[in-house]
Design a protein around this ligand. Structure first.
Ligand SMILES: [Zn+2]
Length: 126
């Protein structure tokens, strides 16, 4: 089997640009004295680090939803956002934060004159 025929059979699923990148990569590895096994180990360690970060993010997200205050109307999760507009015509009551519901069709809002950190502490301890 000719070399070209063999490459066509074995590498036909890879776009030509990708193959060019592989050639560039292999040249760099050779030039820097890095073995293919070392590259595989490096990639595997990166994959594991990404998987671990995704797992930590999932656990943080679950804890966030578990520990967040719940909407009195629908039971959905409430999230707190700062209000940065100073007291004036656009913020007559001088609110500094607002709880909003993440429920799909729920429009619940609860405004507070406390800044974000204090309001969160008040709500979580009530
Ligand atoms: Zn709600």
């Amino acid at each position: 089997m000719s070399l070209e025929r063999m490459f066509q059979n074995e590498l036909s699923g890879f776009p030509f640009g990708f193959l060019q990148d592989v050639v560039t990569l292999l040249g760099t590895l050779e030039e820097k004295g890095i073995s293919l096994d070392e590259l595989k180990l490096f990639v595997r360690e990166k994959q594991l680090a990404v998987q671990e970060e995704l797992q930590r993010a999932r656990l943080r997200r679950e804890a966030f939803f578990r520990n967040s205050p719940k909407c009195p109307k629908c039971g959905g999760v409430l999230v707190l956002s700062p209000i940065r507009i100073p007291k004036g015509p656009a913020n007559k009551n001088g609110y500094k934060s607002v709880w909003t519901c993440l429920g799909e069709s729920c429009l619940f809002e609860e405004f507070s004159k406390l800044p974000l950190k204090e309001e969160r502490r008040r709500k979580l301890w009530q």
